[in-house]
Design a protein around this ligand. Structure first.
Ligand code: GLN
Length: 324
C-alpha cells in the first residue's frame, strides 16, 4: 500500500514497452527541438544571453536505472528558479511544514515570478515559495542555520549529480543586476518579516540560482521526488515522505509561473522551470524528466521543454488525474 502522497511511485504499465517509450521520447524530442528556437533567451541577467537559443536537450530516468538521453542533455546551465524546489525542501526539513508556511502562503500569485505588487499591497506573506519573494523569504530563514556549502551538498544529493558547482560568471551577473530581488528583500525587511540579514540572504539566493546543472541533473531531482524522496540507487531517504507530498503540490500549482494552470491541464505532472531554460518534472513510473531549452516562451518557461513534456504525458498517460 503506497504511503501518503505516494501516487507518483505507482507503476506505469505503459513503461514496460520500452520500444514504445523510446518512440514517444524521440517524438517529444523532435517536437521540442522544432519549437525550441521560437522563444527568447532570458536577457535580464546578462550572462544568460550567451546561451544558444537553438539548444535543446532532455533526459529521462526511472528507478530501475533505465534512462534515455537526447540532444544537449549534458550541456551545463544555471538552475535558476528550479532551486526554489530545493530551498523549499530544505526549509521543510529544518523548520517543518507549520513554520515554513507561516512565512509563505501556498497560493498561485497570478503575477510574474519577480513581481513586488502583491507583496506590497496584498500580503506581507509571499504568495508561494516558487516566486522570488517566497524563495527569498525562505532563504532568509535558512541563512541563519545552513551555509552555502551545505545547500550545495543537498543539491548534489537531490539531483544525484556530484559535479554540480557554482557558475561564477552567472553568480556575478546575478549579483550585479539583481536590484529587483534586492527590492523584494528590503521590502520584506521593511515589513518586519525577513528572518535574516538581507545581504546574506540575497547572496545565498543568488548562489543557489547560479548552480550549474544539466538536463540529467534535473531528471535526477525529478526521480527522487517521483520516488517519494528516496534515491532509488542508494536507497537513502533524502526527503521525508510528507515533505515530498508538499513539494509535489506546490510544484503542480505554482511551479510553471503564470502557466501553471495550463501546464497542470495539459501535462498534468509536478514541474518547475527556471529562466536558464531548465524544467524538472516528476512523473509516474517513478520517472524523472529534465529539459534544457534556453529559448523561453512568453511565460518564462522553456518553449521546447513544455511542448515536449505535454507530448510525453499524453502518450504515456502521465497526467495525475488520468490514473488511479
Ligand atoms: N535568478 C532569477 C531571479 O531571481 C531566477 C528567476 C527564474 O528562474 N524565474 O530573477
Amino acid at each position: 500500500m503506497p504511503g501518503k502522497g505516494a501516487w507518483l511511485s505507482m507503476k506505469n504499465e505503459l513503461l514496460t514497452d520500452r520500444a514504445f517509450v523510446e518512440r514517444v521520447f524521440r517524438e517529444a524530442y523532435e517536437i521540442g527541438l522544432s519549437s525550441a528556437s521560437r522563444g527568447t533567451v532570458a536577457s535580464y541577467i546578462p550572462e544568460l544571453k550567451k546561451a544558444d537559443p537553438k539548444a535543446f536537450g532532455m533526459y529521462m530516468m526511472t528507478d530501475d536505472g533505465y534512462s534515455l538521453a537526447f540532444g544537449d542533455c549534458l550541456e551545463r546551465f544555471s538552475i535558476q528558479s528550479v532551486c526554489k524546489v530545493i530551498i523549499l525542501a530544505e526549509s521543510l526539513k529544518l523548520f517543518g511544514f507549520k513554520e515554513t508556511f507561516s512565512h509563505v502562503m501556498m497560493e498561485p500569485s497570478g503575477d510574474s515570478f519577480n513581481s513586488i505588487l502583491k507583496l506590497d499591497l496584498a500580503s506581507s506573506r509571499p504568495y508561494n515559495p516558487m516566486i522570488n519573494a517566497g524563495a527569498i523569504e525562505l532563504v532568509s530563514l535558512l541563512v541563519n542555520k545552513v551555509g552555502y556549502d551545505e545547500l550545495l551538498d543537498e543539491t548534489r544529493a537531490l539531483c544525484m549529480d556530484p559535479a554540480i558547482d557554482l557558475d561564477e560568471s552567472v553568480y556575478h551577473s546575478e549579483f550585479e543586476t539583481g536590484d529587483r530581488n534586492r527590492a523584494i528583500a528590503y521590502l520584506l525587511k521593511s515589513k518586519g518579516v525577513l528572518m535574516g540579514d538581507p545581504e546574506k540572504t540575497l547572496d545565498l539566493y543568488f548562489r543557489m540560482c547560479s548552480l550549474s546543472v544539466n538536463a540529467k541533473s534535473l531528471a535526477g531531482l525529478g526521480l527522487v521526488i517521483a520516488n517519494n524522496g528516496v534515491d532509488p540507487f542508494t536507497g537513502e531517504r533524502l526527503i521525508k515522505e510528507e515533505d515530498v507530498r508538499t513539494l509535489k503540490i506546490i510544484m503542480f500549482t505554482c511551479g510553471m509561473y503564470d502557466y501553471s494552470g495550463k501546464f497542470g491541464m495539459n501535462a498534468g505532472v509536478p514541474g518547475k522551470s527556471g529562466v536558464g531554460g531548465g524544467i524538472v518534472c516528476a512523473a509516474r513510473g517513478p520517472m524523472g524528466i529534465g529539459f534544457y531549452g534556453p529559448a523561453l516562451d512568453a511565460f518564462g518557461n522553456s518553449s521546447g521543454g513544455v511542448k515536449a513534456m505535454v507530448h510525453i504525458s499524453e502518450k504515456l498517460r502521465l497526467h495525475v488525474f488520468d490514473y488511479n
